[in-house]
Design a protein around this ligand. Structure first.
Ligand code: HXC
Length: 268
């Protein structure tokens, strides 16, 4: 669809170094591709270095602009997050934006989840985001550099929703942190916003997350007023705006991009 491209000027992110957690696949990769097209350099971080390397190669050859640095890191381990961030600063000189995008989720009746399953999602989503945010935030405060955070949450962070209780719990925490630090760290020129995406199909997580017995409950045609799922470029457009200087006065906001799904009572 032609309206999808060219929302921002081709130099909208020129000179920005943008770190995306979970940037090797899915929505993280799609946002990264558009950031590159707009002149940014990327650092993509996740546990799987092989996947990151393949994505870096693919994006660099497709976009032919900017650079992509793949760095392995388990976000649950603060030492690994700090080492990854230090190595990114060493290679690129400065980091300007952190996109907290990495997530894990199980769609399951809650009573069937083990304590470890619950903990796993909380650790990746909440603890991982806290680790990344504290690491980048403390660095920016110490070096007196401005910085921008973009946190990917979901609408059930505030509506609640069945079958995704660990994820909803963790994302509610991420949203609370987004708003709280938007207030507290504004004095350091650090800006925080969030995006709450509705359904955007991805190669891996989408099919893995929707087990047959629950698929009907998640049928987009039944849930979404616009009767379709989202296009990755639509999310990338919003993300690019929120990490760019065009949104410099937007702070502590969460913007939903879901075709009207949550207002239609999804999650109730
Ligand atoms: C219930 C499960 C499970 C499942 C594993 N477990 N799969 N429980 N349902 N489908 C249990 C295991 O038995 C184990 O508990 C515990 O969870 C940890 O399992 P591991 O396999 O060791 O987990 P690990 O490999 O560390 O990480 C799991 C993961 C990973 C985080 C979910 O698969 C992952 O990184 N996925 C890709 C990212 C992802 O899912 N992204 C989607 C986010 S979308 P026991 O007790 O046996 O030890 C999103 C928005 C929602 O968040 C969109 C809704 C449509």
């Amino acid at each position: 669809m032609s309206y999808l491209n060219g929302m921002l000027k081709p130099d909208a992110l020129e000179g920005k170094n943008i770190l995306i957690t979970g940037g090797g696949t899915g929505l993280g990769k799609s946002m990264g591709k558009y950031f590159l097209e707009l002149g940014a350099n990327l650092i993509i971080a996740s546990r799987k270095l092989e996947v990151l390397r393949m994505t870096a190669k693919e994006l660099e050859s497709e976009v032919k602009r900017g650079s992509v640095l793949p760095l392995a890191c388990d976000l649950r381990e603060v030492d690994q997050v700090e080492a990854m961030f230090e190595s990114a600063v060493e290679k690129l000189g400065h980091i300007d934006v952190v996109v907290n995008n990495a997530a894990g989720n199980f769609i399951s009746p809650t009573e069937r989840l083990s304590a470890n399953a619950f903990q796993t999602v909380i650790d990746i989503v909440l603890k991982g985001t806290v680790n990344m945010t504290m690491t980048a935030g403390k660095h920016w405060i110490e070096t007196r550099q401005p910085g921008t955070f973009l946190n990917i949450v979901t609408t059930y962070a505030w509506t609640g929703s069945g079958y995704v209780v660990p994820s909803a719990t963790a994302k509610a925490g991420v949203l609370a942190m987004t708003r709280s630090l938007a207030v507290e760290w504004a004095k350091y020129r650090l800006r925080f916003n969030a995006i709450a995406p509705g359904p955007f199909p991805t190669e891996g997580a989408w099919s893995r997350l929707l087990p047959g017995e629950l698929a009907d409950e998640f049928d987009p045609a039944k849930r979404i007023p616009l009767k379709r799922v989202g296009e990755h470029q639509e999310l990338a457009n919003l993300a690019a705006y929120l990490v760019s200087d065009f949104s410099a006065y937007v702070n502590g906001e969460v913007i939903t991009i879901d075709g009207g799904e949550w207002l239609n009572g999804a999650g109730q």
